[in-house]
Design a protein around this ligand. Sequence first.
Ligand code: NDP
Ligand code: HSE
Length: 441
Amino acid sequence: MSEPVRVGVIGLGTVGSGVVRLLAESADQIARHAGRRILVERAVVKDLTKPRHVPLASDRISGEITDIAGDDSISVGVLLVGGLEPARSMAVALLESGKDVVTANKALLAEHGPELFALARAKGRSIAFEAAVAGGIPIVAAIGECLAANRIESIRGILNGTSNFILSTMEEEGADYAAVLKLAQQKGFAEADPAMDVDGTDATQKLAILAHLAFGVWVPWRDIPQTGIEAIDQELMAFAAEFGYRIRLVAVAARVNGRLAMRVSPTLVKAGTPLAETREAYNAVSIVGDAVGRMFFHGLGAGQMPTASAVVADIIDTVVGRAAITFRTTGLLDPDSPAARIAGVEMPERHFLRIPVLDRPGVMAEISGTLGRHGISIASLIQHETGMPGPVPMVIMTHHASPAAVAGALTEIAVCDAVQGTSACLPVLDDWQPAAEHLEG
Ligand code: NDP
Ligand code: HSE
């Protein structure tokens, strides 16, 4: 067997500790795949006083990125620090010093990917990032390599473990939103700033990365319409269930009339379908390719060991040279990647509306009349008698309608006298499959 390879790990939090543990505990298995042993030469952390429960001597843990970047015996930098800075500067330091980089930091890639990938190319190094999207599910390799013969038509996925854990636990246990979020943080699923999980940012950044791999275009994540799960409550879940649906935070990128449509939004998914049955911190990705047809991937999208599984696979790929070949040949995150204009590209779909109305004569006619004037047809409607004073929820499932028309109708509805409060509007993911068409810029 060849000489061992030495790696440096930056960050010993949830994921970093898991990676060090997996490299130690599964050393033989990993060496069999890598053709040599992989040793953690050093780890770098922020707070040197924290107790560390990792199989690494304390004199191998230090506080400066230069301890890894400046060590010529280390060939791979495993960057497991979240956020943008100092993660960006650390990635630059690793690449400048001739190290290959493995990272799980999707925020970094979504924000600075083109710049970092250009630097890696200039330095003849690679960046591997399987763990950055959908945790333990090998979706980056699936889209970037295994499905490379396909023209991808659509990707729909649950890409954030924390929000899925919150939604499915609220749904199944009637649990309170804030309490479940706290539990997700304790379990190590959530970002350091959990707002990025629940407001859809994390899923949107992952979607930008997947769309780049699948469609070859670079869409800045801020251009992707994004809605989080903060406004989802038990009542909305109960009405969705009455219609036979569950609510999930779904990320979609699909070809529509030759353009790319993208969005991240809480979405109604039919109970019993794979996305609806994705629970806890599991992620799921459904992909339609022109040759392979529809495929479904399911697995843990967050958490220590599932994420470590993907990081260590990337370390092995880097050590054996596969990552470098993929990196060189696929033009990943090339700054010259064409941009796609996604603004105004709409997916034809049904909508689920909850409108808080006063229970008095003529209100239903007023609401349905407004929807009708905007070309929106009602498929079904629920309004329960509450026997209480004050507004009652009028819940409507529309037929297929343009999101712009629905937004226009809701703006008009918001100023009706009988409407008391803010309406909710969620898209409904039925088994709609976009037609195969060519993408325009
Ligand atoms: P944690 O917050 O648990 O750990 C972050 C680590 O980074 C800590 O060890 C911290 O040091 C270290 N760190 C922070 N700032 C510095 C600094 N200035 N210098 C040196 N070290 C620093 O994060 P996670 O392990 O959960 O996540 C790491 C990355 O992986 C993130 O990008 C995240 O998005 C991504 N990811 C996380 C998943 C998960 O399930 N948790 C799943 C998939 C991806 P210290 O310990 O001293 O505070
Ligand atoms: N915070 C992320 C999530 C971690 O909950 O999905 C995995 O990327």
